[in-house]
Design a protein. Structure first.
Ligand code: 5CA
Ligand code: ZN
Length: 382
C-alpha cells in the first residue's frame, strides 16, 4: 500500500484507490517554455503514476492546459499574436520537453477553452443555488455560503486575503461582497476573447476552468488532485468549494502538492523571469541525469536549483551504470534478488521518498549489486 501526504488532512495517509485511479494535475499556462519548477511537479506525478501502474492500477491522469487567462492574454498582446497560436506553440514545446524527460503520456490534456459549455453550466447551477451572485458584469462565488471554505488550505482569513492578492485574486475588487469571493465569469476587456452567456458576454475565471475539466473528464470525485504548492490557495480551495457546492459530494479524496523550486533563494516563476528551462538543460545533459537531479529532492520540500545538482546526478548515474556493467560481466543476471526494485518500491510507498530511494540504490551499487530494475521504476534507463 502506498502512503502519501494529504494537504487537506495534514498527514501522511494511505492512498487506497480502486483498480482505476483518477488523477487530476494542474497543467501549464502555455505562454513560455517549461522550467524546472514545472518539471519537478510533472516528474512527481510521473513517478506516482509509475508506482501505481506497478501496483496494478489502471490510470486516468488528466493534465489541463490553461489556454485562456490573464497571463496568456497579456503575453499574446505583447507579442502581437493570437493567444491560441501562442498556446499551441508553447503546448507543443512543453509536450516535447516532457517526452524528452521520459514522462509517461497522460490520459488527456484538455484545454480550458474546450470547456466553455461545462463552465457555463457550473456557473448557472451555482447562481440558481444561491452560491453565486452577479455584480458589475461578472459572476462571483459567495464564500459565506460554503461552510467548508478552508478545508484544503486551513489558512486563517488574513493569510487567505494576502495570498489571494498575490495570486491574482483581487480581494479589493469593489464588485465583491466579501474579499475572498472569487470570480466565476468576468466581462472581457476590449480585444480579449469573449463568449456569450446568460449573464452577459465574457470569459471564465481561472478556478472554474479546472473544476469543469476535472469533472468532465473524471466525474464528480477524483481520487487525487494536485499541482505545485503555490496552488493550494486560492486555486485548489476555490475549486473544491465551487465543485462541491455544485455536486454536493467530495471533489478530491486526496490533495498532493509539490514544493517550490527556486533559483538563488527566489521561487522560479515566469512572471519574475528567474528561470532554468528544461529544454536548455536537455541540450547539454541526458534526460536521466536531469531526472536524477530533480528526484534527489523530496517532492514536498522547497529547494533551490544549483548546477551542483546536475554534476552529482551525472556521477551517480555513472556509478550505477558501472555496477550494472560489472555484474552483467560477472554473472549475466541483472538483479538476482530484486533488492533494488524492492527498495525503490518501499521508499516510494513511504510518501514518494525518492531521495531515500536514490541513497539505497547508491549503497547497493556500491556493493556491486545491479540497480537497473530499481532505477527503471523511477523512469531511469541505465
Ligand atoms: N495553469 C495553472 C494551473 S491550472 C498554472 O499554475 N500554470 S503554471 O504554468 O503557472 O504552472 C504549472 C504548474 O507548475 C503548476 O502546478 C504550478 O504549481 C507549478 N509551478 C510553477 N512554478 C513552480 C516552481 N517554481 N516550483 C514548483 N512548481 C511550480
Ligand atoms: Zn488548475
Amino acid at each position: 500500500m502506498i502512503c502519501l501526504y494529504d494537504t487537506a488532512r495534514r498527514a501522511v495517509v494511505p492512498f487506497e484507490p480502486g483498480p482505476v485511479v483518477s488523477l487530476y494535475v494542474c497543467g501549464i499556462t502555455p505562454y513560455d517554455a517549461a522550467h524546472l519548477g514545472h518539471a519537478a511537479v510533472y516528474l512527481t506525478f510521473d513517478v506516482l503514476q509509475r508506482r501505481l501502474a506497478d501496483l496494478g492500477h489502471e490510470l486516468r491522469c488528466v493534465r489541463n492546459v490553461t489556454d485562456v487567462d490573464d497571463d496568456i492574454l497579456r503575453k499574446a498582446r505583447q507579442l502581437g499574436v493570437h493567444y491560441l497560436d501562442l498556446a499551441a506553440q508553447e503546448m507543443a514545446r512543453f509536450d516535447g520537453d516532457m517526452a524528452a524527460l521520459g514522462l509517461l503520456p497522460v490520459f488527456s490534456e484538455p484545454r480550458a477553452t474546450s470547456a466553455i459549455p461545462e463552465i457555463l453550466s457550473i456557473v448557472g447551477t451555482l447562481l440558481d443555488a444561491g452560491h453565486a451572485y452577479c455584480s458589475n458584469g461578472g459572476v462571483y462565488f459567495d464564500v459565506t455560503t460554503f461552510a467548508r471554505f478552508g478545508q484544503v488550505s486551513h489558512l486563517p482569513a488574513d493569510t487567505m486575503s494576502q495570498l489571494a492578492a498575490e495570486r491574482g485574486g483581487n480581494p479589493g475588487d469593489p464588485a465583491k461582497r466579501h474579499p475572498l469571493d472569487f470570480v466565476l465569469w468576468q466581462p472581457s476587456a476590449p480585444g480579449e476573447p469573449s463568449w456569450e452567456s446568460r449573464w452577459g458576454p465574457g470569459r471564465p475565471g481561472w478556478h472554474v476552468e479546472c473544476s469543469a475539466l476535472a469533472m468532465r473528464e473524471l466525474g464528480p470525485t477524483v481520487d487525487l488532485h494536485g499541482g505545485g504548492s503555490d496552488l493550494v490557495f486560492p486555486h485548489h480551495e476555490c475549486e473544491a468549494a465551487q465543485s462541491e457546492a455544485v455536486t454536493g459530494t467530495t471533489f478530491a479524496r486526496h490533495w498532493l502538492h509539490v514544493g517550490m523550486v527556486g533559483l538563488d533563494g527566489t521561487k522560479m516563476s515566469k512572471s519574475l523571469g528567474n528561470l532554468v528551462f528544461v529544454g536548455d538543460l536537455l541540450e547539454r545533459h541526458e534526460p536521466a541525469a536531469v531526472r536524477l537531479a530533480l528526484l534527489a529532492h523530496h517532492y514536498r520540500s522547497d529547494w533551490d536549483w544549483t548546477e551542483a545538482d546536475l554534476s552529482e546526478a551525472t556521477s551517480r548515474l555513472q556509478r550505477w551504470r558501472s555496477a550494472a556493467a560489472q555484474s552483467l560481466a560477472g554473472r549475466g543476471d541483472s538483479d538476482p534478488t530484486g533488492a533494488a526494485l524492492h527498495a525503490v518500491r518501499r521508499h516510494l510507498d513511504d510518501d514518494l521518498d525518492c531521495p531515500a530511494a536514490l541513497i539505497t540504490l547508491d549503497e547497493l551499487a556500491g556493493q556491486g549489486i545491479p540497480v537497473t530494475a530499481g532505477a527503471a521504476l523511477l523512469g531511469i534507463t541505465l
